[in-house]
Design a protein around this ligand. Structure first.
Ligand code: PLP
Length: 400
């Protein structure tokens, strides 16, 4: 039965983690997978998450019955309010449908299935480069023609804004355009407000089907509202669009799979039709979502004190990443290497500009594991290991 099955290529980032685990070097560092770590190099469980879990564990009114197909309303509504702000007309006038999903990936999956099945979309544009799973999810949902718009300029190590404008001005009518709302993965380079305004106007003019992918709200600036700027700007332009929201990173709930798919809808008479189609898709995909992570998020967001503490913890995490950027920048300068892009970029990642040969050298000679494209997870830097990493980078840069 299985004789014709060929092995699929490994998922690079998970392969990297497996290789890292197998490595026995005393100084090994994993700069691969995008997860927050403490300055001791340990995973971090947010204090508000612990508190919410304790409240859930001692609440005997809760049970393990199935959730509704579209999830826990206390979670989807509160998450949507985090995205747009509580007072936004979309939230106040309920001009949206939100569906709880299995992480941001699940939100993208439901969104792509809907765009393919119910809107007949076949062509999509993603940034070059982008999170590789965008391609896979789009294609496996039936949006098979995935094209790229320019985003990163390797020469300037910044956004190729002119190229981006030119490519997006040429997208065909009804194409899907996926935009990273904040803390672009993998480059860490975001647009400024004026650039966002221009890009949003272009895609609206092209009549594109806009998907705002937001997996890092809070990790860009440390401020949830500021990091919601691009989505809120789009919302203020009055168009219909999708948001795929992940709570994996900003709640540190990676393995609980907590996400939210929001469709902003202008016609009140279409709300129920869209909702029923989204539920039909979810029913055939995961039937109904898991409750734990969503309950944790709902418990935090619906309690003023916990919500405020969450914002502070997010700020602390974002600040630690900024500090590590600065430290790496300074340590590299002692080697006469000036990398301003490391401090100009935001979010978890830095696109270092290291070549494949340099990446291989770091791995072979220093047990430092990073993605072939030179992306590093800044959260894996600590006050203890940054000197070692900077020395290794300097050796790699000098050698090649
Ligand atoms: C750009 C982007 N979108 C979506 C996701 C999906 O996140 P989740 O782990 O919640 O599925 C990620 C995760 O790395 C991401 O980087």
């Amino acid at each position: 039965m299985f004789s014709a099955v060929e092995a699929a290529p490994p998922v690079k980032v998970f392969q990297l983690t497996a290789d890292f685990k197998a490595c026995t070097g005393p100084n090994k560092v994993n700069l691969g997978v995008g997860a927050y770590q403490t300055n001791d190099g340990k995973p971090y469980i947010l204090k508000v998450v612990r508190e919410a879990e304790q409240r859930i564990a001692s609440d005997f009114s809760l049970n393990h019955e199935y959730l509704p197909i579209d999830g826990l309303p206390a979670f989807t509504d509160a998450s949507t309010a985090v995205m747009f702000g509580k007072e936004h007309p979309i939230v106040v006038n309920r001009k949206y449908i939100a569906v709880q999903s299995l992480g941001g990936t699940g939100a993208l999956k439901v969104c792509c299935e809907f765009m393919s099945q119910c809107l007949g979309r076949t062509v999509a544009y993603v940034s070059k480069p982008t999170w590789p799973n965008h391609n896979s999810v789009l294609k496996m949902s039936g949006i098979k023609d995935v094209r790229e718009y320019r985003y990163w300029d390797p020469n300037t190590k910044a956004v190729d804004f002119a190229g981006m404008v030119e490519d997006l001005e040429g997208v065909p009518k009804d194409a899907v355009v996926v935009l990273h709302a904040v803390a672009h993965n993998p480059t860490g380079m975001d647009l400024n407000e004026q650039q966002w305004n221009q890009i949003l106007d272009i895609v609206i003019k092209r009549n594109a089907t806009i998907v705002m992918d937001t997996a890092y709200q809070g990790f860009g600036s440390g401020d949830l509202d500021k990091d919601g700027t691009s989505v809120r700007m789009l919302a203020d332009k009055g168009v219909e669009f999708f948001v795929c929201q992940s709570m994996s990173k900003n709640f540190g709930l990676y393995n609980e799979r907590v996400g939210n798919m929001i469709a902003v809808i202008n016609s009140p008479d279409k709300i129920e039709a869209v909702r029923s189609q989204l539920k039909r898709i979810v029913r055939a995909t995961w039937s109904n979502p898991p409750s734990h992570g969503a309950r944790v998020v709902a418990t935090v967001l619906n309690d003023e004190t916990l919500a405020q503490q969450w914002r502070l913890e997010l700020l602390e995490m974002a600040q630690r990443i900024k500090d590590m950027r600065q430290l790496l920048f300074e340590k590299l300068q002692t080697h006469e290497i000036t990398w301003p892009h490391v401090i100009n970029q935001t979010g978890m990642f830095s696109f270092t500009g290291l070549t494949q040969a340099q990446v291989k050298f770091l791995r072979d000679e220093y047990d430092i594991f990073l993605m072939d494209d030179g992306r590093v997870n800044m959260c894996a830097f600590t006050t203890d290991n940054t000197q070692y990493i900077a020395d290794a980078i300097a050796a790699a840069v000098k050698k090649f």
